[in-house]
Design a protein around this ligand. Sequence first.
Ligand SMILES: [Zn+2]
Length: 314
Amino acid sequence: MAMLIGIDIGGTNLRLGVIESGVGKNAKPKLLEEIRFHADFSGLCKTHPPQQAWQKILATLNDAITSVRTKYPQVLAVGIGFPGFIDPHTQTIAQSPNLPGLRNVDLSQDLNALLGLPVITENDALAAAYGEFIALADKRQHLIYLGLGTGVGGGLILNQQPFQGQNGVAMEVGHIITQANGRICGCGNHGCMEQYASASGVAISYQLATHELCTAAEIARRAQTGDAHAIAAYDLAGRSLAQALAHIIKVIDVTDILIGGGMSAGWPLMQTAFSEQLNADLIPVLRGKVHVHVTQMGDQAGMVGAAMLAMQKL
Ligand SMILES: [Zn+2]
């Protein structure tokens, strides 16, 4: 049994999970405590030159981890789910769309130098996919994870291992184009799935129809009371997600699907449109063979997965 820290780096906060690994091959990790810190890394990168922003990011992470280690001195390693492309050869952060200016920074090595602990860094959605995989009672050989949050992230578990791809860009599912000439996306293209199926996508759909800006959670509440525009926004989210998923399944033929992330609570509002669209888009031989489950771990999967990946490297 080992004690680890798993970190999820979000838009404006940093979440540190203290995790007990469990014992043996089928060990179930246990989240002992989750500690939140305010950290606007995205804002830092917009207002500071990259080198300065990086030093501030490192200092914030070092302070947060050090404060948690004071309470849990047994911690053996740190795993970080990072919103960016992780080079599978060097494990450095090649680029992060949310943290503009950062290129080829080595978070694992730089933090290791400050902490004196092993640190591993993995793409946040892939870390979440691994966290979900580890927690499954019935281990699948392969698994697709779709994380619905501010954007839509994806992670692929292939032969029970996280699949990074050749450039750390595997499963950037949110940027599969589902609407020709659709909404402009942060990646530079138009009509990407996450412009419709993410929390911000649902908010945009609703705002376009009503001229009112609401959170996805508020729109979900309104949908439940029969607001037609709110229902339509979640319907479009479900359809867009299904369109992208049908493409992925046709390419890799993995049919065990887990839906997670902070917005997965809105899943019941998307489910009907999602199932209709998926069934329509799949090739006949695959119909009825796709198993979609909403995960139980919510937004804790990233911390658990990152910690367990760190454990693997120990
Ligand atoms: Zn895009």
